[in-house]
Design a protein around this ligand. Structure first.
Ligand SMILES: *Cc1c(COP(=O)(O)O)cnc(C)c1O
Length: 435
């Protein structure tokens, strides 16, 4: 059977690129910390006829007719998200009542909508500095969060790479932010939501957790839940949560009215109902016991990889990891983050360059590499493979001029990826023949 026969016939150019991307995802080792492999069920929902439907508004309160079926889907998504992220006490009673909006097109839109809902242009927001692991949407001057609001950063300590909570408090008391963001894109340690909340309360600020990276770990029970400490929680659905590309906002009930109108009509038009369907599917998958095992394995694999990288003489920011990612610090190595990214890419290992605290090479070159285990863990790789991959990374990075190492590593990576296939029964799979 021809994979995607309609696409192949209508548009061979796009078809060819999609096929090549499938093969890249199958054969290369994906270690970009923000990427994952969505399930076939998620992909089917995302590729469904729901893409055709306009459904501005919320279930039962739409601006268009014919929404009875997409209402079912959006309600399922909201209910499942609430079940996943509601914190429970020892008796399994809810500690707080949270509401959910599953419409944000992506994480950036979720954050923009929260700011619009809770604060005014010109108000002060506080977030982790971009160069220290924060996200563009936490107040960077090139993002609307830094243009519309007065953004003040906090940092990690250069000595141990951890968020300096004393500095957070000092900056908060001096700058009186209206909203504090806790959350990061490149921070290998656990977040202390309660400590952030104590500081937010001292200055009467909202506390927003952006769990874009760690949502799957929270859902799977390997990272603390931001509720009840945070007023609002935003996330993506495609990183550790392993759903479709998208965003979501959850909040204590009292804030939901303002948040819902900030999403629509505040910042978006019609919701992407096919993606909301795929979110519902992903949340259902995340509710299964197997997802808790997955989240545990992601973290265990990251620890094993971090340990081995350090045994091989590479430094890690903060000396290790509590979550799904680590930052290899190349400050003392001859190779830059940019060159390391290219070199590892040629060896079949996909990573991204990243600044490190105290960066000396600059943001385009960088002295770091961000490495994450969510995608390799989805393929079924475990501790032995995590250690092997760490060994291969170390061999490549510690012998930068050595072409033979790059070539043998590429072979071993491709063998490993064939041993742990992904999308093997997918139409057009390059791995299909042997599984
Ligand atoms: C990835 C990420 C986002 C943005 O997500 P997009 O879906 O790319 O818009 C926001 N915040 C954090 C912390 C992230 O890591």
């Amino acid at each position: 059977m021809s994979p995607m026969p309609h696409l192949a016939e209508t548009d061979p150019d796009v078809f060819a690129a999609v096929q090549s991307e499938l093969h890249r995802q199958q054969l290369d080792l994906e270690l970009i910390a923000s990427e994952n492999y969505a399930s076939r069920a998620v992909l089917e929902a995302a590729g469904s006829v729901l893409t055709n439907k306009y459904a501005e508004g919320l279930p039962k309160r739409r601006y268009y007719g014919g929404c009875q079926h997409v209402d079912v889907v959006e309600n399922l998504a909201r209910r499942r998200a609430r079940q996943l992220f509601t914190p429970l006490d020892a008796n399994r009673d809810a500690i707080c009542d949270i509401g959910v909006n599953v419409q944000p097109h992506a994480g950036a839109q979720a954050n923009a909508a929260v700011y619009l809902a809770l604060i005014q242009p010109g108000d002060t927001i506080m977030g982790l500095a971009l160069s220290h692991g924060g996200h563009l949407t936490h107040g960077s001057p090139v993002n609307s969060s830094g243009k519309l609001y007065r953004a003040v950063p906090y940092h990690v300590r250069e000595t141990d790479g951890r968020i300096d909570m004393d500095e957070v408090r000092r900056v908060a008391l001096a700058q009186r932010p209206r909203l504090i963001v806790c959350g990061a894109s490149a921070y290998p340690r656990a977040l202390d939501f309660a400590a952030f909340r104590a500081i937010a309360d001292e200055v009467d600020a909202y506390l927003m957790a952006d769990i874009a990276h760690i949502a799957g770990l929270v859902a799977g029970g390997t990272h603390a839940n931001p509720f009840p400490h945070c007023h609002v929680v935003t996330t993506t659905t495609h990183k550790t949560l392993r759903g479709p590309r998208g965003g979501m906002i959850m909040a204590h009930r009292a804030h939901m009215k303002a948040i819902n109108s900030a999403v629509f009509p505040g910042t978006q038009g019609g919701p992407l109902m096919h993606i909301i369907a795929a979110k519902a599917v992903a949340f259902h998958e995340a509710q299964q016991p197997a997802f808790r095992d997955y989240a545990r394995a992601v973290v265990d694999n990251a620890s094993a990889m971090a340990d081995r990288l350090q045994e091989r003489g590479l430094s890690l920011v903060s000396g290790g990891t509590d979550n799904h990612l680590m930052l290899i610090d190349l400050s003392d190595q001859p190779i830059s983050g940019k060159d390391a990214e290219t070199l590892l890419g040629r060896a079949g290992i996909t990573v991204n360059k990243n600044t490190v605290p105290g960066e000396r090479r600059g943001p385009m070159v960088t002295s770091g590499i961000r490495v994450g285990t969510p995608a390799m863990t989805t393929r079924g790789m475990g501790l032995d493979q995590a250690r092997l991959v760490a060994d291969l990374i170390a061999s490549v990075l510690l012998a930068p001029g050595d072409e033979e190492t790059v070539e043998t590593t590429r072979q071993r990576i491709h063998d490993l990826c064939r041993e742990y296939p992904i999308y093997a029964d997918f139409p057009g799979s390059i791995l299909g023949g042997r599984v």
